[in-house]
Design a protein around this ligand. Structure first.
Ligand SMILES: [Zn+2]
Ligand SMILES: [Zn+2]
Length: 431
């Protein structure tokens, strides 16, 4: 196909091999792709008229396939389609999943949802975990904000230990600060730590608040409780009651066990990558905790963040050594506190330490992802249904798909590049 005619393939056309139900020819935004079974064997960036697409199907039929073709209903607008994404996840998560595996690709067409679409100019890069001299960071808030702004970030949350801050004076056109705090305590011997971020939530969450919001530079005391679970739950509850959304920070670095995470309710996300933990002690990755929560039926998102302290205690690296290592790309129509925190809460983002995810869609039967060049793409699911994709010749890949086998419960995508950078989609929940 790579040498095929330059053709204008219409959007949202799909065809399938009716013999095997496995061969799929489809087009997403002018890129014609063909998969047979689970092997990605043809790809061409083309645009074609429907008759040429039909000719392609005819040609496939002549060489042994039995292809039929069906045009999809074009969504009203891509914006609307992307706005659907969080609802897709919620809708899907609320169903019992019994109708999600039909075995007929075309039946799934009507439910096709685009969860990530990088062509929309509504993606904002942010760091949700940062420290300054106000707690144990090395740089001033102004220095930290400037560093991230210069690096192209759109938003930043200062999460000082036990102290709530909102540096509204450091906001600029195209750069906002999210009011936040990190609350932490440690317990037992050997020690395990409990660190969580409270980020001021969107209006609809703040409306439900039963406690007064915190003020800039307010020190927030710990509840006078001794055991892990009680203290942790009290802090989560207090943050939520004062209008915050809560992230469970660096469980790996905190020596948490799975039970710690599962014994606490009310956090919307797990910090799955922490850059400081990674560069200081190699404990940055916490995806195993995320999967533990997901396997237990929790519907929580995964967040990569820096937790930058810029102190470089261990070497000669530059002060930004634990900055710019982990971030979120948030899909929100505008760069505002309300839009960003709503999108976070709804899972309308992906996390990364390197690669970009350009496209993610789910049609009820099949998950399809496109990303920047990577060495391997993983589909992670409940139990052992997941798998990974790579090329036999070791060259990079930039797309992959996963067809439901039944019983997945959730599917999430990890794209891993040559340097070890990872991009994580949020899970698609099936039940
Ligand atoms: Zn922490
Ligand atoms: Zn921190």
């Amino acid at each position: 196909m790579a040498n095929g005619p330059k053709i204008d393939f219409p959007e949202f056309y799909q065809a399938k091999d009716t013999n095997t139900h496995k061969g799929i020819c489809y087009s997403i935004y002018g890129t014609l792709k063909i998969t047979v079974g689970t092997e990605h064997w043809g790809k061409a960036s083309v645009s074609c008229k429907s008759q040429v697409a039909q000719a392609f199907v005819k040609q496939q039929t002549e060489i042994g396939g039995a292809w039929t073709m069906k045009s999809k209903t074009k969504p009203k607008s891509r914006l609307n389609d992307a706005k659907m994404s969080s609802r897709v996840v919620n809708t899907v998560s609320e169903s019992d999943g019994s109708d999600m595996r039909t075995g007929d690709f075309q039946d799934g067409v009507g439910r096709s949802k685009i969860l990530i679409d990088a062509r929309m100019k509504t993606w904002h890069k942010g760091n949700l975990h940062a420290h300054s001299v106000i707690s144990d960071g090395k740089l001033s808030p102004a220095q930290v904000a400037e560093m991230y702004r210069n690096r192209g970030y759109s938003f930043l949350a200062f999460s000082e230990h036990q102290r709530y801050t909102f540096h509204s004076d450091l906001q600029r056109p195209g750069f906002i600060i999210l009011p936040a705090i990190e609350r932490n305590k440690s317990f037992g011997n050997p020690r395990r730590y409990f660190h969580i971020n409270g980020i001021l939530g969107p209006k609809h969450i703040r409306k439900l608040a039963t406690m007064e919001p915190y003020e800039h530079m307010q020190r927030v005391p710990m509840p006078d409780l001794e055991n892990y679970r009680e203290t942790a739950q009290a802090i989560v509850d207090e943050l939520r009651q004062s209008g915050h959304i809560v992230m469970f920070n660096h469980p790996n670095w905190s020596f948490s066990n799975f039970e710690d995470l599962l014994s606490i309710d009310g956090y919307f996300a797990v910090e799955i990558f922490n850059c400081t933990a990674e560069v200081e002690t190699g404990d940055g990755l916490s995806t195993i905790y995320w999967d533990a929560a997901l396997r237990a039926g929790r519907k929580v998102w995964g967040i990569a963040a820096d937790d930058n302290h810029n102190r470089n205690r261990y070497g000669e690296a530059p002060p930004e050594w634990d900055s710019f290592g982990g971030w979120v790309m948030v899909n929100a129509e505008e760069l505002s506190h309300d839009a960003i925190t709503t999108a976070l809460l709804e899972g309308n983002f992906y996390s990364s330490t390197g690669p970009d995810i350009y496209h993610l869609s789910f049609d009820g039967n099949r998950v399809y992802v496109e990303c920047s060049p990577v060495k391997r793409i993983y589909f992670r699911t409940y139990f052992r249904h997941g798998y990974s994709r790579c090329r036999a010749d070791g060259k990079s890949i930039d797309s992959a798909d996963y067809e439901l086998r039944g019983g997945e419960k959730y599917i999430r995508v990890e794209c891993v590049d040559e340097k070890g950078g990872i991009a994580w989609s949020n899970p698609i929940f099936l039940q």
